[in-house]
Ligand binder design. Structure first.
Ligand code: NAP
Length: 247
């Protein structure tokens, strides 16, 4: 499905990003597994792709760093001649009630989740316009559509990602570059493992389908959006949330 394509997946050392990297690798793409701190985990993802006959390499970069993310994307383009798919998946949470939220926790989440997404879109778009084709997939969240107590920073970052997705889609559409977002609900990863059992139970009760989703549920949609089959879909935010948000 992605044979001959080069894909950059940010934050691919674990969780949803890892599963997207594995899925794209098995679909024939050469995958650049980006990480910030977890080198061994990122290498394990690349090794798994290679051991199954695919092609992958790792690249350390803090996506919140404008200059470093430019260097990463320029290097990938120089080494491969093209960059066809960008998945802006890297993200963090620093939860806390708004009245007690520190400035540092607000800034950290906005810088990685929102500015990191801007940085990578900004740096990849010239090449994608030149190629007259490309796929950009941004990881939003149900919380960016509905808000959540204790996540004002995170919800703002993800609502921002949704607005950014529509704006970039409008700027890039005429040259065959699509930009879409995925809004996962609660997916079983280290990010949600950190929640207490009580919180997990109350979350599950708020999901019409009654259970948390899997990373595969998200990766399958990412694969579709990255494929030629999705060439006429742009500017959309698609939920993978067991029915949590129906808008
Ligand atoms: P996760 O398990 O915590 O993994 C986060 C990934 O992001 C790691 O690979 C981490 O790598 C990377 N990362 C963090 N900061 C980075 C930075 N500054 N630069 C580059 N990479 C960085 O998270 P997840 O649950 O898979 O979530 C992935 C995405 O889906 C996030 O955008 C998240 O907001 C979104 N999402 C998740 C859920 C959910 O229920 N899990 C729901 C909705 C949306 P290092 O360890 O190397 O830093």
């Amino acid at each position: 499905m992605l044979k001959g394509k080069v894909a950059l997946v940010t934050g691919a050392s674990r969780g949803i990003g890892r599963q997207i990297a594995l899925t794209f690798g098995m679909a024939g793409a050469k995958v650049i597994v980006n990480y910030n701190g977890s080198e061994a985990a990122a290498q394990a993802v690349a090794d798994e792709i290679i051991s199954k006959g695919g092609s992958a390499e790792i690249y350390q970069c803090n996506v919140a760093d404008f200059a470093a993310s430019k260097t990463m994307i320029d290097t990938i383009i120089k080494e491969n001649g093209h960059l066809d798919i960008l998945v802006n998946n890297a993200g963090i949470t620093k939860d806390g009630l708004m009245m007690r939220m520190s400035e540092a926790d607000f800034d950290a989440v906005i810088n990685i989740n929102l500015k990191g997404t801007f940085n990578c879109i900004r740096h990849v778009s010239r090449q994608m316009l030149k190629q007259r084709g490309g796929r950009i997939i941004n990881m939003a969240s149900v919380v960016g559509r509905s808000g959540n107590a204790g996540q004002m920073n995170y919800a703002a970052s993800k609502a921002g990602v949704i607005g950014m997705t529509m704006s970039a889609a409008k700027e890039l559409a005429s040259r065959g570059v699509t930009v879409n977002a995925i809004a996962p609900g609660f997916i079983q990863t280290e990010m949600t493992d950190a929640l207490s059992d009580d919180v997990k139970k109350s979350i599950a009760a708020a999901i019409p389908m009654g259970t948390l989703g899997t990373t595969e549920d998200v990766a399958r949609l990412a694969l579709f959006l990255a494929s030629d089959d999705a060439k006429y879909i742009t500017g959309q935010t698609i939920s993978v949330d067991g029915g949590m948000y129906m808008g």
